[in-house]
Design a binder for this molecule. Structure first.
Ligand SMILES: [Zn+2]
Length: 259
């Protein structure tokens, strides 16, 4: 067995790879042991997934949605207390309401004094915040390549064939090494509310994440990934989303996830 990213022998590797990070609530979409080596698995966790998921945008999303990390902790939500001019940390729990404190320990006294001194005030909590563009692109590209690998293996395409495929070489390198190209665009838009409830027969459910592959008429392959209603699409064959824009125009801007 060879690692899909670095092509090293994986016979000693122990980790299974989560296509979507566990910290976003994924327990079912995984690649079996031996498909991604331990080195690549650790690298993705510490250099790509960790920084993206601890950005304010994703940390606040995980906090709002009450998704625990591997250690069972729900992250704090980041906010601002304008009257005190300090960042704050909020954490909601089902049985104890929401606890609020200063984000930095050094601001504790100021937080309490300001709170005691004002009759009425405001906490501002961002629902969305910028994420480093390049890091986010590598994060989405990693998910996209792995989603492709999962589908390919189901269709009896071998890891050797995936590694040999010229079309995937650039994006595999972009994910694993990140040294080239400078920019790999990602199409990003909201297709449903993060709290949206879907129903099927008697049951109702919330969609945490979903993904699919789209092959356009121009024979480009896009990985289309939705995380709490936010759709990300990336071209697995090259750094351009122009073809996706044309596909959307031709299909009434519907998401390929729902066709
Ligand atoms: Zn590897």
């Amino acid at each position: 067995m060879w690692c899909v990213f670095c092509e090293r022998n994986t016979s000693q590797s122990r980790s299974v790879e989560h296509i979507i990070p566990e910290s976003l609530g994924n327990k079912e979409h995984i690649l079996e042991r031996g498909i991604i080596c331990d080195n690549c698995n650790n690298y993705f966790a510490s250099k790509i997934e960790g920084p993206v998921l601890s950005s304010i945008h994703f940390q606040n999303l995980r906090s709002r949605q009450g998704i625990a990390n591997k250690r069972g902790t729900i992250p704090f939500e980041y906010g601002i207390f304008p009257q005190a001019g300090i960042p704050i940390a909020l954490r909601a729990s089902l049985d104890q309401g929401t606890s609020v404190g200063a984000w930095h320990e050094k601001d504790d006294a100021r937080f309490v004094q300001t709170l005691m001194g004002i009759g009425k005030g405001t906490f501002l909590v961002p629902l969305s915040a910028p994420v480093d563009e390049r890091l986010l692109a590598r994060f989405i590209a990693k998910i996209g390549v792995e989603a492709y690998v999962a589908k390919a293996l189901e269709a009896d395409i071998t890891v050797d064939q995936i590694i040999a495929s010229e079309e995937l070489k650039s994006i595999r390198r972009f994910v694993r090494r990140g040294d080239w190209p400078e920019k790999w665009p990602v199409s990003r838009r909201r297709i449903y509310h993060e709290e949206a409830i879907f129903s099927e027969g008697e049951s109702a459910y919330q969609v945490l994440h979903e993904y699919s592959l789209l092959v356009t008429d121009e024979i480009e392959i896009y990985a289309v990934i939705c995380i709490f209603g936010e759709e990300f699409a990336i071209n697995l064959g090259g750094p351009s989303t122009d073809g996706y824009g044309r596909w959307l125009s031709a299909n009434g801007n519907r998401s390929p996830l729902y066709i």
